[in-house]
Design a protein. Structure first.
Length: 141
């Protein structure tokens, strides 16, 4: 050790009996450890809350899945009903269907129809009264 290191090195002196309020003394390192029990409890509580959350989320998603399946079935049934109604409307709108329903209601077909031309508003054809119903055979379904 050289002279500079000797002067800079701290010197430990033995304690003399001095009043306690003025004396400073060297204290050894603290050897107490943090307790493990609170940390373990906190970790277990967090893991438990996470598991409960996962179970609840899984339950909610499963309930929503059942609801989606039910709504898909209902949609399929409504689409089928819609197609059936469209077929019925197209059948009822056909000229033959309209003609047969008109005859059943007592209407008489005219053999000499008259047409109205939309471009100039001219009536094409000569209007003649229709023959009475007794001269036609009835069409029934």
């Amino acid at each position: 050790m050289n002279a500079l290191q000797h002067l800079a090195a701290p010197r430990l002196r033995p304690q003399k009996s001095q009043p306690r309020n003025r004396a400073l003394r060297l204290v050894g390192p603290v050897s107490s450890r943090a307790r493990k029990a609170p940390f373990v409890v906190v970790v277990l509580v967090l893991v438990g809350i996470g598991l409960v959350g996962l179970i609840l989320m899984s339950t909610v998603l499963q309930a929503q899945s059942f609801e989606v399946a039910k709504l898909n079935q209902e949609t399929a049934a409504l689409e089928s009903r819609h197609q059936a109604l469209n077929r019925e409307v197209h059948t009822l709108q056909s000229p033959s269907s309209i003609a047969s329903r008109a005859l059943r209601l007592g209407m008489v077909p005219n053999a000499n129809p008259v047409f109205l031309r939309m471009s100039d508003g001219k009536v094409v054809g000569k209007a003649k009264p229709a023959l009475p119903r007794s001269n036609f055979r009835q069409v029934t379904r």
